[in-house]
Ligand binder design. Structure first.
Ligand SMILES: [Zn+2]
Length: 344
C-alpha cells in the first residue's frame, strides 16, 4: 500500500507525500526518486532506521517521523540541508550524534518530545535559525551552555526531565517568549533571567525552587505557573544582627564602586586595568541603599503579590524573590519589606 502511494507520487512528481498510519517499518527507498518533495509525513508507523536514500531529498523542508521506533537521531538527516521542520516525538531516541545536527542549519522547529535523550551535544548551538525547540519528557540531567547561541529561539520546552540546574547562558535568549521547565528538579533559576524582556509565559511548576532570582518582577509575564515548589514561607522571626568587619578587598571594591558614581572622582581613572574592570562589572547593588558590593552581601527575600506587583495571571498568590543587601546596617534599617532567610 505504502509502495503504491510512493509510485503514484513519483509519477505525479509530488511535492507532498503522506504515509502516516501505514504500519510501515522502513521508509521506502523509492523516495529517492522524489527530488522535488517538500513535505514527507511518516507519523504513527514502526520505522526504526532511515535509509541513506533519504539524503536525495535535498529540497525537503518538513519531515515528520513522530511516533515511530527510532533509537537515535538518524545521521542521514544531517544531509537534509533544506529542512525547516523536523518532528521526532514519540520515538526511543537515546542518542543524538553530533554529525546529525551539523547539516541542519536551516532548522526552525525541532520536536524531540517523549524520547529517552539524556544529553544534547554542544553542536545544538549551530542551529542558529531554530525558533521552537521541544524536549519535553526525556531524561536530561543538564543542557549545554551552547543553547545560549540560539538567538532566534521563541519557545523552549524542557518539561518533565531531570534538570537540577540551568546554564547561565539561558539568559542570552533575548527573543524567548515561552519557557517550559515544569516537572524537573530545579533548585534555582539563573540570575539575570529578568533580561528575557520578551518572555510572556513561564512554567516552573513541580520543581525544588525556594525562591526566584533577583529582579524577577521586572519580567513582563502574562502567565506564570509555579505551584508545587518548596518556596520559602513568610514566617517572620524578630532578628537584629551585629555589623561585621568586611575584608580589605571588599572594602576597597566598595570604595571604588562608590567613587565611580561620582563624576569628580579621580578613582575611575586609576582603575584602568581590564581584569579589574571585569571584576567590578560583576558588582551587585544593595536594594536598600543602592550602593555597590562585590563578593560579600546579605541574601534576603521579599514576597511579591503576583497579581498586584507583576500583573500576571497565576495559580499562586505570592512568590519569594531574592534580594541582596550590602550590610546588616541596611538590613536593620526600618522601612523596607525584606526578610532575612533563616537557615535551619
Ligand atoms: Zn545597603
Amino acid at each position: 500500500m505504502a509502495d503504491s502511494l510512493v509510485l503514484r507520487a513519483i509519477r505525479g512528481n509530488a511535492r507532498r507525500l503522506n504515509l502516516n498510519d501505514r504500519k510501515i517499518n522502513s521508509i521506502p527507498k523509492a523516495v529517492a526518486q522524489l527530488p522535488s518533495l517538500l513535505s514527507l509525513q511518516l507519523q504513527n508507523n514502526s520505522i526504526a532506521a532511515c535509509p541513506t536514500e533519504l539524503q536525495a531529498l535535498r529540497r525537503l523542508t518538513e519531515l515528520n517521523l513522530g511516533n515511530n521506533a527510532l533509537q537515535e537521531l538518524p545521521p542521514a538527516l544531517g544531509h537534509l540541508g533544506s529542512l525547516k521542520k523536523l518532528h521526532l516525538f514519540g520515538n526511543r531516541i537515546a542518542h543524538i550524534p553530533a554529525e546529525a545536527l551539523e547539516g541542519l542549519s536551516n532548522l526552525v522547529l525541532l520536536n524531540l518530545n517523549h524520547n529517552k535523550i539524556e544529553t544534547i551535544p554542544p553542536g545544538i548551538g549551530r542551529l542558529v535559525k531554530l525558533q521552537h525547540l521541544s524536549l519535553n519528557n526525556n531524561g536530561l540531567e543538564e543542557v549545554p551552555s551552547q543553547l545560549g547561541s540560539l538567538k532566534e529561539l521563541l519557545e523552549l520546552h524542557l518539561a518533565r526531565n531531570k534538570l537540577s540546574h540551568l546554564p547561565q547562558e539561558l539568559c542570552l535568549l533575548s527573543n524567548l517568549t515561552r519557557l517550559n521547565l515544569a516537572r524537573n528538579q530545579l533548585r534555582g533559576l539563573p540570575e539575570g533571567l529578568h533580561r528575557l524582556s520578551r518572555l510572556r509565559v513561564m512554567d516552573v511548576a513541580g520543581n525544588q525552587l525556594k525562591m526566584f532570582p533577583v529582579h524577577f518582577q521586572q519580567l513582563q509575564l502574562e502567565q506564570l505557573h509555579c505551584e508545587e515548589n518548596p518556596f520559602i514561607q513568610k514566617e517572620p522571626v524578630e532578628s537584629v544582627q551585629q555589623e561585621e568587619a568586611l575584608t580589605l578587598k571588599e572594602t576597597t571594591a566598595r570604595l571604588i564602586l562608590r567613587e565611580q558614581r561620582c563624576r569628580s572622582s579621580v578613582v575611575p581613572v586609576l582603575v584602568q586595568n581590564p581584569s579589574l574592570q571585569a571584576l567590578l562589572s560583576q558588582a551587585g547593588h544593595c536594594a536598600v541603599c543602592s550602593q555597590g558590593f562585590l563578593s560579600i552581601w546579605l541574601e534576603c527575600v521579599h514576597f511579591l503579590n503576583i497579581k498586584k506587583d507583576m500583573k500576571v495571571a497565576s495559580s499562586s498568590r505570592t512568590i519569594p524573590v531574592r534580594v541582596l543587601l550590602c550590610s546588616y546596617k541596611c538590613f536593620n534599617s526600618r522601612g523596607h519589606g525584606y526578610y532575612g532567610v533563616a537557615v535551619s
